[in-house]
Design a protein around this ligand. Structure first.
Ligand code: MEV
Length: 328
């Protein structure tokens, strides 16, 4: 029998980095890129075998030599987490994973891979995971990749819905709210072509905060205020206005300001700054980096009629790839 599991990419709209330090952030799924994991119980060698044909890799969970730690972390560790959570004997199955999410680009490839693999193991043993059970397991995998993740990436990817997220602390659980998008809006997601070292960026921001708590704390708070204002705009008609010909209104301006603050946190790059400027010059209502930064992707808010022109300008300015998506 063959069954299939999947998980989407994600985009952080507002609040990255500040969310690690208790401020809210908003993220939406990016359904046009996905990880799929096909499970076949025919087996291919005993125990769980993971095939990743895109990268030409086959790993056996029983007897796997952890020769390549990066691949082990990405492919085998989620399966181990799933088996431990289910507390079942190792099934004889073959899981084939494929991904269209660019790696290390801030679009959640690691969390989506973990979510799809853990779902696949649940299907393989006929104990499918519900989202509330899956989410902390994907978080556990994320901690291995990113050290101190806030939890927003796994949450938006597992629930595949727009989320307003505030990290919990101590006994306080995370706040996970889905919210209404009053008017769909169009974003371009442009790849800077530079890898995004999220773990390093997060730890550098932490070090900066420890060195200058007052200045950096104020930046986090301003990003939190921007995120709350953005949510209010998205939930009302403001989003419609900011993607109409009245360019530069609420949402776009908030994106620009959020980008400037991320630059102050040292997580932008010259390439991200110049791509954001190119998008604005070509008529985007606003632009900002999205995710861990230092590379990876940026997002630009555009009207549907301006999308092609801004997309061409981004490519002209050196974007490696541009995806158009409707946030709805
Ligand atoms: C990464 O997509 C978002 C960051 O805020 C890290 C995190 O929230 O774990 C940079």
């Amino acid at each position: 029998m063959r069954q299939s599991a999947a998980a989407p990419g994600k985009i952080i709209l507002f609040g990255e980095h500040a969310v690690v330090h208790g401020q809210p952030a908003i993220a939406v799924p990016l359904a046009s890129v996905r990880v799929t994991a096909e499970v076949e119980d025919a087996g291919c060698g005993g125990g769980v075998t993971i095939q990743a044909p895109d990268v030409g890799v086959t790993l056996h969970v029983i007897g796997a030599s952890a020769a390549d730690d990066r691949l082990y972390d990405a492919l085998v560790y989620p399966v181990e987490v799933a088996l431990r959570a289910l507390d079942v004997p190792m099934p004889d199955v073959c899981i084939t994973v494929r991904s269209t999410i660019p790696i290390a680009s801030g679009l959640g490839s690691g969390a989506a891979l973990a979510a799809a693999l853990i779902r696949a193991v649940g299907l393989a043993v006929n104990r499918p995971f519900d989202n509330a059970t899956l989410n902390p397991l994907v978080y556990e995998v994320e901690t291995r990749h990113h050290g101190t993740p806030s939890g927003i990436d796994n949450t938006v990817i597992v629930y595949e819905q727009p989320v307003y997220f505030v990290r919990g602390s101590g006994a306080t659980p995370d706040t996970i709210e889905t919210f209404r998008i009053a008017t769909p809006f169009t974003l371009l997601v442009a790849d800077s072509g530079q890898p995004s070292p999220t773990r390093l960026a997060v730890s550098d921001v932490r070090a900066l905060y420890e060195a200058e708590p007052a200045r950096i704390g104020a930046i986090f708070q301003r990003i939190g205020a921007i995120t709350r204002a953005a949510r209010a705009a998205i939930e009302t008609e403001s989003a419609r206005r900011s993607t109409s010909s009245t360019i530069g209104t609420t949402l776009g301006s908030l994106m620009d300001e959020n980008h400037a603050l991320l630059r102050d946190l040292t997580v932008s790059s010259e390439k991200l700054d110049s791509l954001c400027a190119a998008a604005r010059d070509a008529g985007a209502a606003g632009a900002k980096l999205s995710g861990g930064g230092r590379g990876g992707n940026l997002i630009a808010l555009v009207t549907p009629k301006d999308a092609d022109r801004v997309s061409a300008a981004l490519r002209e300015a050196g974007a490696a790839n541009v995806i158009k998506t409707e946030v709805q």
